[in-house]
Design a protein around this ligand. Structure first.
Ligand code: SF4
Ligand code: SF4
Length: 132
């Protein structure tokens, strides 16, 4: 059993891809997505992105991310926040956040205590060299 599978296993339910807003895309996210889609940035921008001031997000269609269709259609080019979800560093400093995220993500193992979850998440972050 891998470290991550001790606390999380994605059920591909798509809950995290639903809603009227999506995560915002930083510069690296935009570059990665354009590369993964292999179409010109202008077309990607027009077709898939929503610009609100300086914030770029993915468009939504029928209450979910434009890329969602029984899974992520841009998996290799998804934003880093999507790739990180639901193992968010804020869980380490806020137990309420852990419970909120756990309630919204059926992939989080429900039989793991907050303390054990944090121990494993810390190890995963150390391995990936992610700072809180
Ligand atoms: S809500 Fe959790 S289990 Fe469902 S698709 Fe998102 S990460 Fe996977
Ligand atoms: S990019 Fe993929 S993982 Fe992220 S919200 Fe859209 S469909 Fe979900």
């Amino acid at each position: 059993m891998t470290l991550v599978s001790q606390i999380f296993s994605c059920k591909r339910c798509g809950y995290c891809c639903h809603g009227e807003t999506t995560v915002s895309l930083d510069e690296k996210d935009r570059e990665r997505m354009v590369k993964a889609l292999n179409i010109p940035e202008e077309i990607v921008k027009e077709t898939f992105w929503r610009q609100t001031g300086k914030i770029t997000q993915m468009k939504t269609v029928d209450g979910h991310c434009v890329f969602y269709e029984e899974g992520c259609n841009v998996h290799n080019g998804r934003p880093w926040r999507c790739a990180q979800w639901p193992l968010h560093p804020s869980i380490l400093s806020d137990e309420n956040n852990f419970h909120t995220i756990s309630e919204s993500c059926p992939g989080i193992k429900k039989d793991v205590s907050y303390e054990v979850f944090c121990q494993i998440l810390r190890k995963l972050m150390d391995e990936a060299d992610i700072k809180c």
